[in-house]
Design a protein around this ligand. Structure first.
Ligand SMILES: Nc1ncnc2c1ncn2[C@@H]1O[C@H](COP(=O)(O)OP(=O)(O)OP(=O)(O)O)[C@@H](O)[C@H]1O
Ligand SMILES: [Mg+2]
Length: 232
């Protein structure tokens, strides 16, 4: 998916103040690229990811194009449909539904739109892929932080997304599971999927083709050192 971002500005307004988090952000991403975003806590990384696919509305005047979809002009329905069909989003705080088990959480985004038996089969395979075959009927309250994170990753893949957005996808994982998730992301990237990812994890930063730093509301492209053996 080709992404063009121009003049992206995001201001949060609370009763007390206006907080300009993103200021005139410009960048683009070609289909099949893996772009990693780093930056201090509170610098607006999650806001950036959520604005780009319209989960959080950017300020007026911001221009975001996802292939042919002009986010700033599109209807709410068109944006929802676009995300449902073409985007996977791994939230930093997982956003699992506590009243549903792991498998139901994974299929939920497509439950109203596709046959349940097909979805359950695919959901199970995805949970197996993230090493959770033994946990498919656990409720979120019965899962560890890292297990919840892996359920969230499986859910983001249920629609075979062309663009996978990952907000600190390995934040709660041990080394072994982190490496496994990196491998999954690599495989997806090799298949031509675009990956836009935020992380603090050095091992993850060394992956992918591009690196961008977010600081004081602006983005700066960094030179990418390719030193990880997986990054070929
Ligand atoms: N809905 C909101 N209303 C008001 N302020 C908000 C809102 N959401 C985020 N913020 C503020 O915007 C700033 C950027 O938040 P954001 O979550 O994008 O940062 P981040 O770079 O992802 O941080 P972290 O690394 O800690 O996840 C923070 O200072 C946060 O307090
Ligand atoms: Mg964040």
């Amino acid at each position: 998916m080709n992404i063009i971002v121009e003049k992206l500005t995001k201001t949060y307004e609370t009763a007390a103040e206006k907080l300009a988090v993103l200021q005139d952000v410009h960048f683009s991403m070609k289909s099949g690229e893996w772009l990693t975003v780093i930056g201090p806590s509170g610098s607006g990384k999650s806001s950036l990811l959520q604005c780009i696919v319209g989960i959080v509305p950017p300020d007026k005047g911001s221009i975001i194009r996802l292939d042919d979809l002009h986010l700033h002009e599109a209807s709410v329905e068109a944006v929802l449909e676009f995300r449902r069909k073409r985007v996977g989003f791994i939230y930093q705080d997982y956003k699992l539904f506590n009243q549903f088990d792991a498998l139901t959480n994974v299929i939920l985004p497509l439950a109203p739109y596709e046959r349940k038996d097909i979805l359950y089969k695919r959901g199970k395979a995805l949970l197996e892929k993230v090493h959770l075959a033994e946990r498919i009927h656990h409720m979120p309250s019965q899962l560890s932080g890292g297990e919840k994170q892996r359920v969230a990753i499986a859910r983001a893949l249920i629609n075979y997304p062309e663009l996978l957005i990952c907000d600190e996808p390995t934040g709660n994982l041990d080394e072994e599971n982190r490496d496994h998730i990196i491998e999954i992301l690599h495989d997806l990237n090799k298949e031509g999927k675009s990956i836009l990812l935020v992380t603090h994890d050095k091992e993850v930063i060394s992956q992918g083709q591009r690196l961008m730093q977010l600081q004081r509301g602006k983005v700066y492209e960094q030179e990418k050192k390719r030193f990880h053996p997986l990054d070929k």
